[in-house]
Write a protein that binds this ligand. Structure first.
Ligand code: CTP
Length: 400
C-alpha cells in the first residue's frame, strides 16, 4: 500500500523557471500512488514540454480551456480531484487567483474545485517581497488556500540568493500528505522531544549518548501529517529536520527542560522521545582541559529529570507519553518509570534488540499503560511505530 493510493491530484504548473522541478514532483506523486493530472498554463509550456509530464505521469496533460471536444475539462478535473497543487506558482498566477480569474484552464479548475488547494510560490526574491505579492498571498490564505512559503537560497542563474526558491519536491509531497490526511489531530498542539542532549565537560568536549533523533522526528512528522500543530524540541540531530514543523533547538538537558516548560501550557500532549543526558560534569572547565594535566576523574552530577519536573505544571488533560530504554528487565524498568513519572503511556524498548533502538530505522517496542495492559508491537519502520503510538495518543485524547 502506497501513501497516496486512490488519490487524484491535479498538479498545476505555471510559467516559472522552477517548472523543471515540477517534473520531479509529478514523478514522486505518481510513485506514491496518486493519479496525477497535470494542467499547464501557456507560459509553463515555454519552460517544459507537456510530453515530459505525460511520460512521468502516464496520463494526458491538459493545457487549454478550449481544447476541442473537452469543453468541460475544468469541471471534470476539479470534481475528481482530492487535492490541487500549483507548483511553481508565479507572481502573476498568484495575482490572477487572488482575483478569482478563470481565463485559463488552471484558473477555472481552481474556482471549480472543492478539494484543498496548495499554492507553492516560486519567483525572484524582490517579486516575492513586493507588497502586492505579499498582499495576494495573505488574501489567498484568508480565503482558504494553503500557501507554502518559498525557501531562502540561490535563485535562477545570475539572480543571486534570497527567499523565492521553490521548496524541494520531497517537502511539497510532505505537505500534500498533510492535506490528504483526514486530520485526526487537527487543532491539537503536540510537543515532541527528540535526540540526545549534550553536557559540556569543557569548551570543546561534552557528555552525551547515541540517540540520533530518528524516533522523535518520525513522531513529529506523523503528528504533523495528522494535522497537529507540532512543537519539536530537539537536541543535536543526525537526521534531517522534518518539513513544516516549528523546531526549538537545544543543547543541554536544562535547556530542553526550559523549552518543554515553555511549550507545555498550550499543549494537549507531550511525547518525550528524547534521550536527555542523565549526567553532567559537576563543574565544567571554562578552559580546554590539556592532555598533560588531564584530571583522572570528572565529577558528575545528575541532570534534571524533565518528565518528573513537569508533574506539578501539567495543564489539565495533558496526555504524557514517555520512552524507556533498558538493557535488562525491560518491562519492569518501564513500569517503574511510568509510575514515577506519572505517564499515560510508556514505550519500552531494549537496547540489546537487533534492528531497534538508537540509530536504527526500525524499532521493536512494547506499549505499557497504567492499567497494567501491554501491547507488543512487532519490528517495523520507526514511521509505522510512530503511527501506532499516535493512535494510542488519539484514543487517550478522545477519552479526556
Ligand atoms: N527523561 C527525562 N529527563 C531525563 C532523562 C530522561 O524526561 N533527564 C525521559 C526520557 O525522555 C524518557 C523517559 O524519561 O521518556 C525515560 O528515559 P530513560 O533514559 O529510559 O530513563 P531514565 O529516567 O533516564 O532512567 P535510567 O537512565 O536510570 O534508566
Amino acid at each position: 500500500m502506497r501513501p497516496f493510493d486512490g488519490a487524484r491530484i491535479v498538479l498545476g504548473v505555471t510559467g516559472g523557471i522552477a517548472a523543471y522541478k515540477a517534473g520531479w514532483l509529478a514523478r514522486l506523486l505518481t510513485q506514491s500512488g496518486a493519479a496525477v493530472d497535470v494542467v499547464m498554463t501557456r507560459a509553463a509550456t515555454e519552460f517544459v514540454a507537456p510530453l515530459t509530464f505525460e511520460a512521468l505521469t502516464g496520463r494526458q496533460v491538459h493545457t487549454n480551456l478550449f481544447a476541442s471536444g473537452r469543453a468541460l475539462d475544468h469541471i471534470h478535473l476539479a470534481r475528481a480531484a482530492n487535492l490541487v497543487i500549483v507548483a511553481p506558482a508565479t507572481a502573476n498566477f498568484l495575482a490572477r487567483v487572488a482575483h478569482g480569474r478563470a481565463d485559463d484552464l488552471l484558473g477555472a479548475t481552481l474556482l471549480a474545485t472543492k478539494a484543498p488547494v496548495m499554492l507553492v510560490p516560486a519567483m525572484n526574491d524582490a517579486m516575492w517581497a513586493h507588497p502586492q505579492t505579499q498582499h495576494n498571498a495573505s488574501h489567498l490564505r484568508e480565503v482558504g488556500y494553503t500557501v507554502i512559503d518559498p525557501e531562502d537560497g540561490p535563485l535562477a542563474a545570475g539572480e543571486g540568493s534570497g527567499p523565492g526558491r521553490m521548496p524541494e519536491p520531497e517537502a511539497i509531497v510532505a505537505h500534500a500528505s498533510r492535506l490528504l490526511d483526514d486530520g485526526s489531530l487537527r487543532a491539537r498542539t503536540i510537543v515532541v522531544t527528540a535526540g540526545p542532549t549534550r553536557e559540556p565537560v569543557d569548551p570543546v568536549r561534552f557528555l552525551s549518548n547515541r540517540s540520533t533523533g530518528k524516533m522523535g522526528v518520525a513522531l513529529a512528522s506523523a503528528a504533523w501529517r495528522r494535522g497537529a500543530d507540532v512543537i519539536l524540541i530537539a537536541g543535536p540531530l543526525e537526521v534531517e529536520p522534518p518539513v513544516g514543523i516549528h523546531m526549538v533547538r537545544v543543547e543541554t538537558t536544562e535547556e530542553m527542560a526550559d523549552a518543554v516548560s515553555h511549550a507545555l501550557p498550550t499543549a494537549q500532549a507531550l511525547i518525550m522521545a528524547a534521550a536527555p543526558a542523565d549526567f553532567r560534569a559537576a563543574t565544567p572547565a571554562t578552559r580546554k582541559l590539556k592532555k598533560v594535566s588531564a584530571p583522572a576523574v570528572i565529577q558528575l552530577a545528575p541532570t534534571l529529570d524533565i518528565l518528573a519536573h513537569t508533574i506539578p505544571h501539567r495543564p489539565v488533560g495533558l496526555v504524557v507519553v514517555g520512552f524507556a530504554l533498558e538493557t535488562d528487565d525491560v518491562l519492569a524498568g518501564a513500569r517503574a518509570k511510568m509510575a514515577e513519572k506519572k505517564l499515560d503511556l510508556i514505550v519500552a524498548n531494549s537496547a540489546r534488540e537487533p534492528d531497534a533502538g538508537f540509530g536504527s530505522d526500525t524499532n521493536r517496542v512494547t506499549l505499557l499503560a497504567p492499567d497494567g495492559t501491554s501491547v507488543a508491537v512487532p519490528l517495523m519502520p520507526k514511521m509505522q511505530v510512530a503511527d501506532v503510538i499516535l493512535d494510542r495518543v488519539e484514543a487517550l485524547l478522545r477519552a479526556r
